[in-house]
Design a protein around this ligand. Structure first.
Ligand code: ZN
Length: 331
């Protein structure tokens, strides 16, 4: 059987904005386009508007540019999907099987600490915000930056509280451990870590330590499996059978292996329970050397989980069940 799936993170809009030569939302050379999503069984795809504050000194202007790109694609191909704005939209996708598209912001610095801007992005259709990327901002501190004074800022707390009131989803991926713990402990509504793996399996500050995995389970949040080779810890290889599209001419390449995605997934289920795990592929935002070539090959991940001993019920929960439950409750 093909499992329909929900993916909480991709950077496809960023790619389409900066590299129009790669194609458009319907068909492209990227890892995600509407044709690949249909083939792979996507039920809901989140599209992140990712702002790199190191590159863009005016994050708000860059956000507008990315939003404009999403709107252009929606104007062309909006009949292929339903934009997810509330729980009713999630239920409608579940009922008729039509693709849902959700919009998120990856970099809370876009808000500049302003609740007015938060209200504006809500009006724009954004329903999830990743509080930080890899820089400190007005709201919080990024992964790898720890200290007793490095929880959320006052503005960060106000934004999280207002997001709860608006039924927006708080995303702790990229946030430091102190901030993640604070959001989990204090927020009235549990957050997601939309694209993070397990630190005990691969020691990377973007991955979640065991106590936070357990806390996500306790509080009813979600953790989306990230396909990045850095977070999965896949080994560097000098060749890959059947894959002449991967360039090994410059030396060994870390190819994200299905085996390692499953290893992290099984570990997270063990520590957080089976109601927490979902998918946050990070397609089009990570090194393009993946055993799962693109979104059209997602059924291979279900097969790999089953082969590793996951039950059909667990695979159904990872692919869509957990995220469906959460989105219907939180939006
Ligand atoms: Zn990211």
């Amino acid at each position: 059987m093909t499992y329909r799936y929900i993916d909480l993170h991709c950077d496809t809009i960023y790619e389409l904005t900066d590299h129009p030569d790669k194609g458009d939302l319907l068909r492209s050379s990227l890892e995600i386009d509407l044709e690949k999503l249909a083939k792979g069984g996507a039920l809901i795809q989140d599209f992140a508007l990712f702002v790199d504050m190191g590159e863009w000194p005016d994050p708000w202007a860059r956000y507008q540019q990315l939003l404009g790109e999403f709107r252009r694609q929606k104007a062309k191909y909006g009949d292929h999907f339903r934009q997810i704005l509330c729980a009713e939209d999630v239920k409608a996708c579940e009922a008729d099987g039509r693709l849902g598209a959700m919009l998120s912001i990856e970099e809370g610095g876009v808000l500049g600490g302003s609740l007015e801007r938060l209200h504006q992005v809500y009006e724009d259709g954004v329903r999830l915000i990743t509080l930080t990327w890899n820089y400190p901002n007005e709201l919080a501190w990024p992964n790898g930056t720890e200290g007793p004074d490095k929880g959320l800022t006052e503005a960060g707390r106000a934004v999280v509280e207002e997001m709860g009131r608006l039924h927006m989803i708080v995303d702790t991926s990229h946030l430091n451990d102190a901030g993640t713990r604070e959001v989990l402990m204090e927020a009235k509504r549990p957050p997601v870590a939309s694209h993070s793996d397990a630190r005990a399996v691969t020691a990377h500050s973007r991955n979640l330590p065991d106590d936070l995995l357990a806390l996500f389970g306790e509080k009813g949040g979600l953790i989306g499996l990230n396909f990045s080779n850095h977070f999965l810890g896949s080994p560097a290889v000098t060749s890959f059978p059947g894959r002449d599209d991967i360039d090994f001419s410059k030396g060994p390449v870390q190819v994200s292996l299905l085996r390692d995605i499953v290893r992290h997934g099984m570990y997270i289920m063990d520590k957080a329970g089976e109601d927490v795990l979902c998918l946050g592929t990070d397609f089009d935002g990570i090194q393009p050397a993946l055993e799962i070539r693109d979104a059209s090959e997602m059924p291979r991940l279900a097969e790999a989980f089953l082969a590793a001993g996951a039950t059909e019920t667990q695979v159904e929960k990872i692919f869509s069940g957990n995220a469906l439950r959460y989105l219907k409750e939180m939006l």
